[in-house]
Write a protein that binds this ligand. Structure first.
Ligand code: NAD
Ligand code: 13P
Length: 355
């Protein structure tokens, strides 16, 4: 039987935590996977040393996942093409704004038999509309790509605290030996429970859109409006997420939002302890510009909700649908157009009355 070689593209907070999981599983399933997991690192100098060299000598990503030991079989590689060459399975895990450049470097260099899983929470905006990240990878590289998304704050997962996740993966070709079972074996851990489903659009959109909702929950916490207000934001947010998916990606299933880790559970966790939530709170409390705060608070990590709010808003404007998504629209207007966050109840009320 073949032993699949796996590469992880990305090594941020979640990229490193996922590389740890994958490394543990390739070590634990020697009949199925090649032991070594190559992890592409966007090279930078940290404390006067190359980050790849520090990761390979200390087995720790000291900048993006400090305090967590990475398995010895996870090898940091600075060259993207080196990292993927000869791999059978690619795991994409970078902030979504960096994906187009990565795909343009990989284009034409990946055999069609390679399979991929995207752990990225975001969407790709083009002149034609919104493309799912996994679909974008398929279009750019000519390989099938599934999606992994769940209530998975990376530092908790890295500490092996229990969580669940959802993977959308459908075998693209009946002759494929990389099955749903193979994909589950690559990610499932005693502390990280994987459920594999078919709904690529639902899993992808839930992960992307909840980041907008998490910012809104940060705004209400920044105003000290309490738990009832936050629950109202979560409810309205989940409704808009489901409605957006049903309207623009009718192949998605609403049960993904109500029943899976990538749906309701991720909204709850992100509205409690995520980076987008933290940034939302700080925006209200400090009134500083959003990208300045992101740099200050997250130290190189990225809050995906800011760009996603902008991308979703641009898409809704083009379709003439902003009025149907008042929370998404308000988040964009609070970030970019100086709307006061205290207007949220009035904005949400107008829509409820119309219904
Ligand atoms: P991150 O927010 O820690 O971002 C930092 C990473 O971006 C670093 O690896 C850095 O080297 C890289 N980077 C910076 N500039 C770059 C450039 N020009 N080109 C390429 N890479 C560059 O990243 P993350 O937390 O690993 O997030 C990756 C994806 O996973 C995101 O879509 C995020 O929404 C999702 N996610 C994150 C978490 C979490 O808790 N961190 C959990 C679930 C999903
Ligand atoms: P943040 O990017 O807001 O930290 O959310 C992390 C996440 O996706 C948890 O599931």
């Amino acid at each position: 039987a073949p032993r699949y070689r796996v590469s992880v593209i990305g090594s941020g907070n979640w990229g490193s935590a996922i590389a740890k999981i994958v490394g543990e599983n390739t070590a634990g399933n020697p009949n199925e996977f090649d032991l070594n997991v190559r992890m592409w690192v966007f090279e930078e100098m940290v404390d006067g040393k190359k980050l790849t060299e520090t990761i390979n000598s200390k087995h720790e990503n000291v900048k993006y996942l400090p305090g967590i030991r990475l398995p010895d079989n996870v090898v940091a590689v600075p060259d993207l093409i080196d990292c993927v060459s000869g791999s059978d399975i690619l795991v994409f895990n970078v902030p979504h704004q960096f994906l187009p450049r990565i795909c343009s470097q990989l284009k034409g260099k990946i055999p069609a038999t390679v399979r991929a899983v995207s752990c990225i929470k975001g969407v790709e905006l083009s002149a034609d509309g919104i493309t799912l990240i996994a679909t974008y990878i398929t279009e750019q590289l000519g390989i099938y790509c599934g999606a992994l998304s769940g209530a998975n704050l990376a530092p908790e997962v890295a500490q092996e605290k229990f969580s669940e996740t959802t993977i959308a993966y459908k075998i693209p070709n009946p002759a494929d030996t990389i099955s749903q079972k193979t994909i589950k074996a690559l990610f499932h851990r005693p502390y990280f429970h994987v459920n594999v489903i078919n709904d690529l659009a639902g899993v992808s959109l839930a992960g992307a859109l909840k980041n907008i909702v998490a910012l809104a929950s940060g705004f209400v916490d920044g105003m000290d409006w309490g738990d009832n207000a936050k629950s109202a934001i979560i409810r309205r947010g989940l409704l808009e997420m489901t409605q957006f998916s049903r309207e623009f990606f009718p192949e998605s299933e609403s049960s993904t939002f109500t029943e899976e880790s990538c749906g309701i559970a991720d909204v709850i966790t992100s509205c409690a302890g995520g980076r987008n939530h933290k940034l939302g709170v700080a925006m209200i409390k400090t009134k500083k510009p959003v990208f300045e705060l992101e740099e200050l608070l997250l130290k190189g990590q990225k809050a995906q909700g800011v760009t996603t709010a902008q991308e979703v808003h641009a898409f809704l404007l083009k379709r003439g649908k902003t009025a149907d998504f008042p929370l998404f629209t308000a988040v964009n207007d609070i970030i970019f157009n100086g709307l006061d966050s205290s207007a949220l109840p009035r904005i949400l009320e107008q829509v409820e009355i119309q219904v």
